[in-house]
Design a binder for this molecule. Sequence first.
Ligand SMILES: [Zn+2]
Ligand SMILES: [Zn+2]
Length: 632
Amino acid sequence: MPKMTGPEGRVLETDGPITVKEVLRKWKTAKGAVAAVVNGVAVDLESTLVGDAEVIPIEGDSPRGLEILRHSASHLMAQAVKRLYTGTRLGIGPAIEEGFYYDMEIPAQIGEDDLAAIEKEMRRISKENLPVTREVLSRQEAEKLFAERDEAYKLELISELEGDTITVYRQGEFVDLCRGPHVANTSVLKHFRLLSIAGAYWRGDEKNKMLTRIYGTAFGTKEALEEHINRIEEAKKRDHRKLGRELDLFSIQPEAPGFPFFHPKGMVVINKLVDFWRKEHIRRGYCEIRTPLILDRDLWIRSGHWDHYRENMYFTEIDERPFAIKPMNCPGGMLVYKSQIRSYRDLPLRMAELGTVHRHERSGVLHGLMRVRSFTQDDAHLYVTPEQIKEEILGIMDLVRHIYTDVFGFSYRVELSTRPEKAMGDPKMWEMAEQALQGALEEAGVTFRINPGDGAFYGPKIDFHLEDCIGRTWQCGTIQLDFQMPEKFDISYIGPDGAQHRPVMLHRTVYGSLERFLGILIEHFAGAFPYWLAPVQVRLVPVSEDHREYAEKVSERLKEMDVRVDIDPRDEKLGKRIRDAQLQKVPFMIVAGDREVETRTVAVRDRTKGDLGSMSLEGFLEILTTCFDPLR
Ligand SMILES: [Zn+2]
Ligand SMILES: [Zn+2]
């Protein structure tokens, strides 16, 4: 008798073939399951089991379950589009990170306004209760089926598939070429939303036809869907590209795709970030270097970048000699290390560099400040003895915690990535390094996740993912141990024994890059930078021309105290100027009218607390000194 084994020691003996669904029902694990893993392979609930099997249900709200829900929702959407737009041809429709899409050739111009109608049709199909069934066809049968349906793209995909049989999924009149698994019935799909529409070349190749891509998402519950939609709405409001324009922080121009321009206000924020970074690093025993943007190509051959990273690099020539624009700061840093003989007394040597690097990214993936082709890393390379690794990692982790939590108020999560299969170097070194990293994490009392085999080929690493106020995570800081680069560049230090020894190298960043960190901050604070970062800290609004001279005087006094202040000089109505100062998210606004001029006071409005009333200028300065500022 075939024997089924399941979660928590469940067992079931059957006297003949049985479907997965029946097994789960008997175990009372069917509720919420959208598919199951049978002997390690994900299958439909309706698939039939014949021999012994291990059956694990896939819950709709698990990551794998969500993927199946979303992929099924993409079929549902394609079916709806085909019903509404006769002659639609199907491309591909996968589940993606937070939803799904389907690329289709639709014989009509459609836009975001049409998504509601498609969604409505999807709801109708969901209510039609159509069973979703799997069929295995021969290659000829499949070719005939899709030829009859005029699905040219599917025929192209079939021609590339290997094997004699091809699986398709059917729901009502709709058929799709698909490996599955899928939910068992269209009625399972209830909580979905179509989000946006875009053009996409068939197979991502611009020589091919441009298809219409519709994005959507689906969840197991109404609450989860709503939470996700709210987050998208919130993220849209905070989009750093929109706020960057409104607050006049930066721009991206057609003359330089992927290379941002920073405007005066954006530069204030960047410079404050840098000032703070520098102060904190000096305090923690770092020195600072700067290395060239352009270096001899041979250096990149030696470093291994030529072999592994050439595709992403830019090259140039000077006096007929080949050069490369640096994509990383490490090789330049190495040359500084090698510029003199180092002793064990110099170690640990912590060399920081705000290094601007250039990396080629495809134009399709560029995104505001988050994905660019040129950025400045807050890099540092630490040269240490093997015994110093742990202590130095503890030091870096304390720096990271201080900057993320104390200064910016972010929570973050930590991941340790260990030795990958194609690792280079001595396994003993790897073991020691992994132990040092893990030991440091444990000693620091940090909870962390291990990603086995996810380290770089030259050493294990720790990544820091910070969480912004709407729950999105961003990988920013990283600590990477490197045994390879010191070998390749043959760097050494003289030990107490008078002999040459090889130092271990640590690469690390905290912000990650200034550009991306600024983008994250803009979205995290929704443009309302904390006082110490705000491009303009105080805006003066004189009620009329008569009060202007007094406003100038107040401004002079504030500038003497290093406060960043400006005066709204326009002739506009007072109400409009006050609203504009609010839209610009200036932390403090001072309105100066007759009363203030007469009594030599200022009427202060706090961005968050509202009206603070009238006070003496000295009283206001006192308030400013209580604002958080890590630079003081
Ligand atoms: Zn499919
Ligand atoms: Zn490096």
